[in-house]
Design a protein around this ligand. Structure first.
Ligand code: CP3
Length: 371
């Protein structure tokens, strides 16, 4: 099915552009705030809707995806500065022909065990045919947002997706992923490259449908040595960025900012900031703002990086952590510059919605520009 390209003129004007300005490295009157996994299991309204729909039904039904995307925006209106589309990184392996179930964690019954299994993957994935529902969800959500906050599209990074595809689900040991890397380096690179092409098309499709920024989630980057990150994970990430920018430019669309979250890959931050491929680098909680600013030298905007588990610290604990992080990013300045407030990883399921609200209130208080 062909999809019409949407432009800003098709939607209500954006009333809160803090996120976009911060991603461009500009000063903002306060730090834009959003939280990875903000639409999900800690929200009772999400749990309610999940009772009557499977997880992938929620992803695949644009009206449900839009509703779930909007839930945190409604609940935290005025405190939250971005929406992220309700979907999952594992829709890419599905588009490539693999079965993915949520049981309740991801389960792929027929993983890619050896290079010969790569033949089972679809060649030349038709992105509109396989993932058109994501694009419909984006357009519908952007309409329903009515310009309140920008909408972020996303995809998983090739190495993270590769590990799910070869392990058959989550893993603590990465035994199969590492076997691939060390036994079949050439085939590993080939598979990563094939995944990158689908990821790029998914991101391009999301922007064509109305996404105003995109994030790439490399949740397992930290499992690699810096050498293997550079050798295996980085080339397909660079490929996503260059395909994303060139394909959108060819369509006459200005490519929106790309956020890369390479969790645990802090020793590659300098390289990533110098690559020019990413506008924003999202930080996990294992590096201070001060260090990250020095390493990245103002070449990129930064996102992060409160400890996600501070949300279990009660009002005082949350406030202290937010204060610390805000002070780190703002430094000697009067207010934030090129900084997007977020957690260092996703919000976890047992967090109380009112604690998330308090967290957002604290971000607003401690990141606001002084006079
Ligand atoms: O940020 C958002 O709220 C948007 C939606 C979103 C989901 N998953 C919904 C989801 C996003 C951005 C993701 C990304 C994702 N998915 C990542 C990268 C981010 C990260 O946390 O590292 C990863 C590794 C996945 C894979 C995945 N999906 C796992 C490991 C699980 C199970 C464990 C868990 O955290 O819930 C999922 C399921 C999932 N994805 C749920 C949601 C709301 C819960 C599923 C349910 O309702 O049963």
């Amino acid at each position: 099915m062909p999809y019409e390209v949407k432009t800003d003129a098709d939607f209500a004007p954006l009333r809160n552009d803090l996120l976009i300005r911060a991603a461009r490295g500009e000063e903002t009157e306060r730090a834009p705030a959003w939280v990875m996994r903000q639409a999900g299991r800690y929200l009772p309204e999400f749990m309610e809707l999940r009772k009557s729909h499977t997880f992938f039904e929620c992803c695949q039904t644009p009206a449900l995806s839009a509703e779930l995307t909007l839930q945190p925006i409604r609940r935290y209106s005025g405190l939250i500065d971005a929406a992220i589309i309700f979907c999952d990184i594992l829709v890419v392996p599905q588009a490539m022909g693999l079965v993915v179930e949520m049981t309740p964690g991801p389960y792929l019954p027929e993983p890619i065990n050896t290079p010969a299994d790569m033949d089972r993957l679809t060649k030349d994935v038709d992105i509109n045919e396989t993932l058109g529902y994501v694009f419909e969800a984006i357009t519908l959500t952007r309409q329903q947002l009515k310009g309140e906050v920008p909408l972020i599209g996303f995809c998983g990074a090739p190495f993270t997706l590769f590990s799910y595809m070869v392990e058959g689900g989550g893993t603590k040991t990465f035994q199969k992923s590492k076997s691939w890397l060390f036994k079949w380096p050439k085939e590993t690179a080939e598979l990563l490259d094939r995944i990158a092409v689908v990821c790029a098309d998914l991101l391009v499709g999301q922007v064509k449908a109305g996404a105003q920024m995109v994030q790439i989630f490399d949740s397992w980057a930290g499992e690699l040595t810096p050498y293997h990150f550079t050798t295996f994970a980085l080339p397909p990430l660079l490929k996503i960025s260059s395909l994303f920018r060139s394909k959108l430019t060819a369509l006459g669309i200005t490519p929106p900012p790309i956020i890369l979250f390479a969790k645990g890959a802090n020793s590659s931050l300098e390289l990533l900031s110098k690559s020019g491929a990413f506008d924003v680098l999202a930080l996990d909680w294992c590096i201070t703002a001060e260090e990250a600013k020095v390493i990245t030298g103002g070449r990129v905007a930064l996102q992060g990086n409160a400890d996600p588990l501070c949300l279990y610290g009660g009002k005082e604990g949350i406030e202290e952590e937010v204060k610390r992080v805000c002070a780190g990013f703002i430094g000697e300045g009067k207010g934030p510059k090129g900084w997007i407030s977020n957690l260092g990883h996703g919000i976890t399921p047992q967090v109380l919605p009112e604690d998330m609200k308090w967290y957002l209130e604290c971000v607003k208080k401690y990141s606001s520009r002084k006079e």
